[in-house]
Design a protein around this ligand. Sequence first.
Ligand code: NAD
Length: 286
Amino acid sequence: MAQLIDGKQIAGEIRQELAKEIASFKEKSSKVPGLAVVLVGDDPASQVYVSMKGKACNEVGIYSEEHRLPANTSQEELLNLIDDLNANERIHGILVQLPLPKGLDEKEVLHRIDPKKDVDGFHPVNVGKLVIGEEDCFVACTPLGVLELVKRQGVDISGKKVVVIGRSNIVGKPVAHLFLKENATVTICHSRTQSIMEETKTADILIAAVGRPELVKGDWVKSGAIVIDVGINRVDGKLVGDVDFEEASAKASAITPVPGGVGPMTIAMLLKNTVTSFKRFNGIDE
Ligand code: NAD
């Protein structure tokens, strides 16, 4: 039976580490990292996410601002707010909660964020820096959380075979690049991949980011593999991942549950990116 990778506990440890670091910044300079979260419209799920992010900031000592704008906000008003936040010295991270209401140009808004404050890691400058291996970039929070979970398993990633299922800009592609940077041999599978199981069966580390409930069955998993399930799917009111947990945990050496695996890591990495941004702005070693 596989070992359970407890993302909730690991995220808690990371938050504690960050809280200590932030307390020491405050003691030395009386300055703390600041995060601005922008929410346009009244999408209920987005409201929950934004509140969770604000609460998480408070717990570790990050200054946070919530900017809640009505759904009829114009593109110009939103861009003006981004410009103000880019210039605001108290703010080190800017996050625009997606999706934006219809009629707003998401791409233009995300591209307006100063890449140095883009703690979500979606700006093309940061994506490009990740791909060419420059260190001073921000990487999207969920992929960062996946890497952190694997690293904390104590495995040597270098030379390992990693198979990622999914090629989205938010998860699949950045996670593949992160593991490539760690010298893994990476294969990306997607909806057009032929004989997907033949690929996944070779993986030492299998990462599923598909959005299809329990797609990955036990016979897709190599014996002893580490399985990271990014998927969050609601089935009959219950959350399930992209991996058939029962079957896969009989084969894997370690596996993340859903919920309580990758999910809690995403916010922890957002906090970490905000702290990293603060350090860069203040010339503190990372
Ligand atoms: P997406 O829909 O943008 O991308 C899904 C990818 O899966 C696509 O690249 C597609 O080619 C591939 N795919 C679809 N069907 C497939 C199939 N049958 N076989 C192989 N590949 C297939 O989704 P996303 O934004 O990358 O999210 C993926 C999952 O991760 C979703 O369940 C989402 O809710 C979850 N997610 C979780 C977190 C978190 O914090 N834990 C964050 C982001 C996304």
